[in-house]
Design a protein around this ligand. Structure first.
Ligand SMILES: *Cc1c(COP(=O)(O)O)cnc(C)c1O
Length: 344
């Protein structure tokens, strides 16, 4: 079988949530948008719910509806994109809580779902989602009258602990929410790690649960092994792969493994990538193709049946660094073709 094997360690995921939860004195939600950062939203959320998570966030109402079917009626499900036109039946029928982001969304919610739960997102400087300070001043009384279940904002630079933007947004969030009785939330993974001033009543970690930076001590949740389809010896001067980008300097043994950029192994990672066999590094040679990667296995005593791309020496962030991106993008790009196994 030429299918890569992705093992998702739900035990490690749960441990990451517990460890992050233990760093705070407040509630810890779980962000499971984008299909649980690529790992499977319902599997991830079910495991975390069993471990005690009671609050979940996704980006869209459609994602929330899928989650509600799986989690049952109890847990809180918050929708970051708020209340969009056309969302009303989904929000109502699935008991989803939109984080209202704009004047339009507040009015839409008041008109179409009066009396139904909502939260509000404030923009404290990121300029992406949420009510601006002047809109908030104008609407504050109306929104408070709705009895919001959460008042939240999002940090732009929390992955850099000494970035001055963090304290600036903290100050703005404090000013904008002073005197409110609703629970408040500012921190995602990065903010949670910045310390207790950023925690308020609820933190909203995503990437840290899945083993990505900036949570350095995270347990890895994904292991990816790729079957070797064929091996060959190339002589000095011979080239490997599209556009002849690698020329063998010495006799080399090359393994061709089954996976490529169509499986989320970003072509930009190119020669910066190393696979592993029992801890022995095996560097990629030549271009990554759509379905194939050529790997130097000269260092191995014998031809391996498969090579490890994630978990056996690489983290999602090693892969991200090789491609000049972030672990989030590696996770959310994990291929649909892999055979997926979940372990507890
Ligand atoms: C994605 C997201 C999170 C989770 O962020 P991580 O950096 O993955 O922990 C939290 N809050 C909001 C508003 C988000 O968009």
């Amino acid at each position: 079988m030429a299918t890569g094997h992705l093992t998702i360690d739900l035990g490690a995921l749960v441990q990451n949530w517990r460890t992050l939860d233990a760093m705070t004195a407040c509630e810890t939600a779980a962000v499971v948008k984008a299909n649980g950062y690529g790992l499977g939203a319902t599997r991830v959320a079910d495991a975390l719910a069993q471990a005690g998570a009671r609050q979940f966030f996704v980006a869209t109402a459609e994602e929330g509806a899928v989650l509600r079917r799986s989690l049952g009626p109890e847990p809180f499900i918050g929708i970051f994109s708020g209340h969009m036109e056309g969302d009303t039946p989904l929000l109502r029928d699935n008991d989803l809580t939109p984080m209202l982001n704009s004047v339009d969304q507040v009015l839409r919610h008041v008109e179409s779902l009066p009396g139904r739960a909502c939260g509000v997102q404030l923009d404290t400087g990121m300029n992406r989602l949420g009510l601006e300070p002047q809109d908030w001043s104008a609407l504050r009384e109306i929104v408070v009258g709705l009895g919001p279940t959460l008042v939240m904002s999002h940090l732009a630079c929390a992955d850099e602990s000494d970035h001055q933007m963090n304290l600036q947004q903290l100050q703005t969030f404090r000013e904008m929410t002073e005197g409110l009785s609703a629970p408040r939330s500012l921190a995602a993974t990065g903010g949670l790690l910045l310390g207790r001033y950023f925690h308020f009543d609820l933190t909203r970690p995503g990437v840290g649960l899945y083993g990505g930076m900036p949570y350095e001590d995270a347990l890895q949740t994904v292991h990816l092994t790729l079957p070797v389809i064929q091996t060959r010896v190339v002589e000095p001067g011979e080239t490997v792969g599209y556009s002849n980008t690698w020329t063998a300097p010495v006799p080399s043994r090359i393994a061709t493994v089954s996976a490529g950029y169509a499986d989320g192994i970003l072509r930009a990672a190119g020669n910066g990538l190393t696979l592993f066999s029992g801890g022995v590094p095996c560097p990629v040679r030549g271009r990554i193709s759509m379905d194939l990667i050529t790997v130097d296995i000269t260092a191995l005593p014998e031809d391996p049946p498969h090579l490890s791309l994630l978990g056996g020496g690489n983290t999602v962030d090693t892969l991200a660094d090789a491609a000049g991106t972030i672990g989030y993008e590696i996770l959310t790009s994990l291929g649909a073709r892999y055979e997926r196994t979940y372990t507890a």
